[in-house]
Write a protein that binds this ligand. Sequence first.
Ligand code: ADP
Ligand code: ZN
Length: 220
Amino acid sequence: MVKKKHIILLGPPGAGKGTFSYQIKKIIPDINHISTGDIFRENITNSTPLGLKAKEYIERGELVPDEITNNMIKNRLEEIDHHSWILDGYPRNIGQAKYLSEIVTIDLVLLLSVDDEIIKKRILGRFICSNCNKIYNKYTLLPKKEINTNHWICDDCGKDIVFKQRTDDTEETLNKRLDVYRKNTEPLVKFYKEKKKLKTINAKNTLGYSDKEIKEFLEI
Ligand code: ADP
Ligand code: ZN
């Protein structure tokens, strides 16, 4: 049994934080994958009060205000308190990072490092299974079973999927998200380096890493 792990994935949009979370889950199946982006999108789909508040920010490529996001994360972490978790997409600014360190301990921060050209290709080709959230890419990672053009069977859950982009995966919104990353999120690299928690991973092809390599990154 692996000891309880609290892991943060840091990196620009399109660094592959979601995909890498799936790889970690294959190795530690009972770890909780907490993606703030996924939680917001689920709330938007279900038109919850939280979703209605978050929608406008997300569609502009801006950060959802800290008081909304911090509260949402606190509730989620309380629900799973004694378990292991991977945080994907949180914290995203210094205020959130300080808040988080007041409520939990953190074992490891993995920075997924990748060039801008790769980011663009990943984001603009990205689509997900609406049932299980598995991430695919039009250019690099199609589901194995094709039914016809733009229509497949999900490799993981077996449900039908069609190519459908996220509403914030347009070129214009992506540029805005990259700006927000540089300005608000990148300072976290220094923040966690100083706390000696940070490890940088080349994320050009995380799917090429073996389980053994991933275990080394995770220190398990
Ligand atoms: P990506 O990492 O590709 O930008 P995410 O799914 O992580 O995508 O996030 C999508 C959007 O959700 C962000 O652009 C932002 O508007 C909102 N969001 C996600 N996480 C946070 C956060 N920690 N704080 C504020 N807003 C967030
Ligand atoms: Zn699926």
